[in-house]
Write a protein that binds this ligand. Structure first.
Ligand SMILES: Cc1ncc(COP(=O)(O)O)c(C=O)c1O
Length: 391
């Protein structure tokens, strides 16, 4: 059981009285995260950035250890990046493709990832193959297995797509990848912080995520996990002399940990805030977080189902805490603006973010509401009541 009173006391953003239901965009940071960031900025202001980083070297080390604990990985398998996109790009662009090599992905793949596939296809002659979905919307694992041949080079999928509650069967996909020895890159951006993310159970080789969403960390932070045995064979697309110390006039040596995907300059306050966010989530318990955020999301779906003209657009048998919907005759961006004026913070998801899925289902711009464990039932009900007034 989580201590909701304490958790809400810890969250200054809730004191405004707004119903904050935009956690798939950027969640509200809890006080320990905010204080950690502010403390480090103050220290930098007092003694300078370099001295502050040196004094807090152990805190930096602990941030990697915390992320590793969250993922059931080892600290040397973690790189901290500016965001999830950079983490994903560093992993993806480290891979080499030959003409005809196949990239297997899902229908609801994230736009940033898909345009990178297109660029790689243009550059190398690699081929993108979209694995079909089951009737309920998840990637069809049996179809994936049937699509695998000697040319299958990479399985790259988004676990929880940006445009709704779908949760792809990431661990079952991992079992296929392992069985066939195919590299598996998992975009866990919307999963981290709202559900258990255990890289050993998932069977992924690489996993990317962000700090600011369900993890409740600061903006401008993300991280990459790369499996130890794979690390040494990956040549980062760009390096500096931190990633690869310059050891002789004609030679550099790549670091042998995941920090070969980083570079020298860092937002230390952000890294420490990210570490604090992970510690905060672990202290509450990921199982507790998942249970409550899903319960609230399901409450919202149930409420929306009762509203005439409202259509829940989520796919999947066991949807996550991202709720997407439309209301007949109403422009989704207008709904978001009106909700804002009514003291409710939600977001929208545009078709271009998940173009294949959006085209297949003829989706317009969607309203996206994403409760988290710190929300109350009353806040969710406020959104339901607000939607009921939208005719
Ligand atoms: C599924 C998914 N992947 C990746 C990203 C990109 O994350 P970031 O903005 O931290 O780069 C997002 C952001 O919305 C996302 O929803």
């Amino acid at each position: 059981m989580l201590d909701l009173k304490k958790i809400r006391r810890d969250t200054p953003g809730l004191k405004t009285g707004r119903a904050y239901l935009h956690n798939a965009g950027a969640a509200l940071m809890p006080k320990p995260v905010i204080d950690t960031i502010k403390r480090h900025i103050d220290l930098e202001a007092k003694i300078g950035g370099y001295a502050a980083a040196a004094r807090e070297a152990d805190r930096h080390r602990r941030a990697y250890a915390s992320i590793a604990r969250l993922l059931n990985a080892k600290p040397e398998e973690i790189a901290i990046t500016e965001n999830a996109t950079v983490a994903w790009q560093m992993a993806f662009y480290s891979l080499t493709f030959k003409p005809g090599d196949r990239i297997l992905t899902a229908e609801a793949e994230y736009g940033a990832n898909y345009v990178a596939f297109l660029q790689m296809a243009k550059r190398t002659g690699a081929v993108i193959d979209v694995v079909p979905s089951t009737a309920t919307g998840e990637l069809d694992v049996a179809a994936l297995e049937r699509m695998i041949d000697r040319k299958a080079r990479l399985i790259a999928i988004t676990w929880v797509p940006t445009n709704g509650g779908l949760t792809n069967p990431a661990a079952a996909i991992g079992r296929v990848a392992r069985r066939h020895g195919i590299t598996y890159l998992l975009d866990a951006c919307q999963a981290v912080g709202q559900m258990e993310v255990n890289v050993r159970k998932l069977g992924c080789d690489m996993l990317s995520a962000t700090g600011r969403k369900f993890l409740r960390g600061p903006r401008g932070t993300g991280f990459l996990y790369v499996r130890r045995d794979l690390l040494r064979s990956l040549d980062p697309p760009m390096i500096d002399h931190f990633a690869a110390p310059w050891v002789a006039r004609d030679r550099y040596e790549l670091r042998d940990d995941a920090r070969r995907f980083e570079n020298w300059e860092n937002n230390y306050a952000g890294h420490f805030g990210l570490g604090a966010a992970v510690d905060y989530a672990l202290a509450i318990g990921i199982g507790n977080i998942e249970k409550r955020s899903r319960m609230l999301a399901n409450r919202l779906r149930a409420g929306l189902h009762k509203i005439k003209g409202a259509t829940v657009r989520d796919l999947g048998r066991n949807p996550s805490a991202i709720v997407s919907f439309t209301i007949d005759g109403q422009d989704s961006t207008e709904i978001v603006k009106k909700a804002d004026r009514a003291g409710i913070t939600i977001g929208a998801s545009d078709p271009e973010s998940t173009l294949i899925d959006a085209q297949k289902r003829g989706l317009p711009m969607l309203v996206r509401a994403s409760p988290h464990y710190y929300n109350t039932e009353a806040e969710v009900d406020r959104l339901i009541d607000f939607c009921a007034t939208m005719k």
